[in-house]
Design a protein around this ligand. Structure first.
Ligand SMILES: NC(=O)c1ccc[n+]([C@@H]2O[C@H](COP(=O)([O-])OP(=O)(O)OC[C@H]3O[C@@H](n4cnc5c(N)ncnc54)[C@H](OP(=O)(O)O)[C@@H]3O)[C@@H](O)[C@H]2O)c1
Length: 353
């Protein structure tokens, strides 16, 4: 019997939160086989699916850095894939690669959708390909080193510091010799930041005294603020607080806006004019802009991993592709520490097709 492949397709555009079972529809199709392969194509199966806050933005029908996912289309997403058969020089059957396969179990991809493979460093694990050595790590590396540029002794504040990108960005700032303050949504996340990652201060933004503690944690003001977009939650808006505590010539790395992604009306900081009075450089970026320099960043991060200067954590949700909708909603509830991943298929299980 032909193998079947589950696909998660967009059913309707959410106005606020993603609603599992409503935003997406699960569709079972007959899987392609190697007989369907053309030159330059690979038959791949998904092993680990990366879940990213940006996915919420891809569901909105508005101009952005990527076109919106269309109704009825397979949801976009990066994944670690196993090559089942190949008519491409990019990878051979049995190899693991990464690529934008989307939320589906088996597919034929053109080689242009597959990332150039690189040998996994000796102390790295497979999931690092979408974590610290993948888009997450690349975002942290280029945002921190090219925009933040922390110097020894400076104060760096990282919001959503226990998340995938924030945890790597905070450690890079530590490696640069900065004093690093991280914010996160639970005491447990804060403990991990202090005890495992060695941050100088970790603040739970749900603490009723957060605003006061934020002030106390930045006695010399803030030189670099890493904005993952922590919005109007308990304790105040973090960008607003950070602008109010900015040093002269501070750098604000505008990485994302997670608290705003599910809002119909976006909100902004009241302290915005600090940009002028404190001569702040505030810059957004999209990681893809740095694609040609990924190999150099990967070498550096691999070295930090080997030296024990860089640690990472993952939250891996098992249960196959069918749980990806609820896992994605979980991301917006702060359910993850480090990188959030769905195990689509156990990499130890062999593939028959
Ligand atoms: N510019 C780029 O190229 C680029 C690339 C990758 C990611 N990003 C951005 O970087 C940010 C972090 O992404 P990530 O992949 O590393 O995800 P992540 O931080 O691992 O996961 C999201 C975390 O954000 C917090 N959060 C979730 N929903 C929230 C809400 N509604 N309001 C406030 N906080 C919320 C939670 O942490 P707490 O429990 O601590 O609240 C959650 O664990 C996102 O804004 C993302 O869009 C940008």
């Amino acid at each position: 019997m032909a193998r079947q492949s589950l696909q998660i397709v967009l059913a309707e555009r959410p106005t606020r939160d993603i609603i599992p079972g409503q935003t997406f529809r699960q569709k079972v199709v007959e899987a392609p086989t190697k007989a369907d392969l053309k030159d330059g194509e690979l038959l791949v199966e998904s092993i680990y699916l990366s879940l990213d806050p940006a996915m919420r933005g891809w569901l909105n029908d508005r101009r952005s850095y990527l076109p919106p996912v269309q109704i009825g289309e397979v949801m976009r997403g990066a994944a670690i894939l196993r090559v089942i058969a190949s008519k491409s020089s990019k990878a051979n059957a049995g190899e693991f690669v990464t690529g934008f396969m989307g939320f589906q179990e088996v597919a034929i991809l053109h080689e242009t959708l597959i990332e150039d493979s690189f040998p996994l460093p000796p102390n790295a694990k497979l999931t690092d390909l979408i974590g610290v050595l993948g888009m997450t790590g690349m975002t942290a590396y280029f945002g921190m080193t090219t925009i933040g540029e922390p110097k020894a002794g400076e104060t760096v504040v990282v919001s959503a510091a226990a998340g995938a990108t924030g945890s790597v960005a905070a450690q890079i700032a530590k490696i640069c010799g900065a004093r690093v303050v991280g914010t996160a949504g639970s005491d447990e996340k804060c403990r991990w930041l202090k005890e495992e990652l060695g941050l100088d201060v970790a603040l739970n933004y749900k603490d009723p005294d957060f605003k006061q503690k934020f002030h106390e944690a930045t006695p010399n003001y803030i030189d670099v603020f890493w904005d993952n977009g922590k919005g109007f939650l308990v304790g105040g808006e973090q960008l607003e607080l950070a602008l109010g505590r900015a040093n002269k010539f501070a750098r604000f790395v505008m990485c994302g806006g997670i608290s705003q992604y599910n809002q119909e009306v976006m909100q902004g900081p009241k302290t915005f004019l600090s940009v002028v009075s404190m001569r702040i450089k505030m810059q957004g970026f999209i990681v893809f802009d740095f694609a040609k320099d990924y190999p150099q960043a990967r070498r550096q991060i691999a070295q930090w991993l080997a030296e024990g200067k860089m640690k990472r954590k993952e939250t891996i949700i098992k249960g196959g592709l069918g749980v990806s909708e609820s896992a994605l909603a979980h991301l917006f509830k702060g359910g993850n520490t480090g990188k959030l991943i769905v195990e689509v298929k156990n990499p130890e299980d062999s593939s028959k097709l």
